[in-house]
Design a protein around this ligand. Structure first.
Ligand SMILES: [Zn+2]
Ligand SMILES: [Zn+2]
Length: 233
């Protein structure tokens, strides 16, 4: 690690440290309060359908789902820890600025205490990379179980080289699947499902997102039932 990198890390830890107040990531007991936070330029036209899919999959796991929109990254925050990279997934010849996932976790944790949420999921149009593993670029989404928050980026859910892809319904469907998938992690844990059709299956590209369903397989449904039994609801 170069001197410059060390200095940069110290600066980032100082300005981007996640709160260590334990009350902010207490053990969740279901049912609980879920919030979906729109960060950046994300269309809110899909609220009803998103609610429908979440209710359908995680029936009775949430008392309510709050939608919080119009949250933007503060200009001072925007430049912090960004990575400038070519978007290989979209074969783009232009570099774009990727945001680290923990920048979003900070915002979500704040909104969780402001709105009394137990789980917060951020939805953004900005490209993201993982703060846990900086080699993971252009993620579709990531969940942070300790802080009970997750982020989904719509940036790479659109295939710029496939005109068919501009059909909004197709893109929206991918967003619903990724949101259900990340919330699934926060409830079921970080493992992925081996069933190709299960929404908890890992997708390494949009083709794989398209080929899986939005539903949990019987195995994953059983895991949900066990949590329901344990928390007695
Ligand atoms: Zn996953
Ligand atoms: Zn499954």
């Amino acid at each position: 690690m170069s001197k410059f990198q060390i200095g940069k890390d110290i600066l980032n830890k100082h300005t981007l440290a996640l709160p260590i107040n334990k009350s902010k990531y207490r053990q969740i007991i279901f049912p609980c309060h879920l919030g979906i936070i729109f960060i950046g330029n994300v269309s809110t036209s899909m609220l009803n359908k998103l609610r429908f899919h979440l209710d359908q999959t995680f029936d009775s796991f949430f008392f309510d789902i709050q939608f919080i929109d119009d949250i933007s990254l503060h200009p001072d925050m925007f430049e912090l820890r960004v990575k400038e990279e070519y978007n290989l997934l979209n074969k783009s010849s232009e570099k774009v600025l990727l945001q680290p996932t923990n920048k979003f976790y900070e915002i979500i944790i704040d909104k969780k205490s402001e709105y009394n949420l137990d789980i917060g999921l951020g939805l953004t149009n900005l490209p993201i990379y993982s703060s846990n593993n900086e080699k993971l670029l252009f993620l579709f989404g990531e969940a942070h179980i300790k802080y009970m928050c997750a982020i989904v980026s719509t940036h790479n859910l659109i295939d710029l080289f496939n005109l068919e892809d501009f059909k909004l319904k197709k893109i929206e469907k991918r967003i619903y699947k990724e949101v259900v998938h990340e919330i699934g992690h926060l409830i079921l844990g970080c493992g992925h499902c081996f069933n190709n059709y299960c929404v908890m299956h890992f997708s390494k590209n949009i083709k794989e997102i398209d080929s899986k369903s939005i539903y949990l397989c019987e195995n994953c449904k059983l895991k949900l039932e066990k949590i329901r039994e344990k928390d007695n609801f």
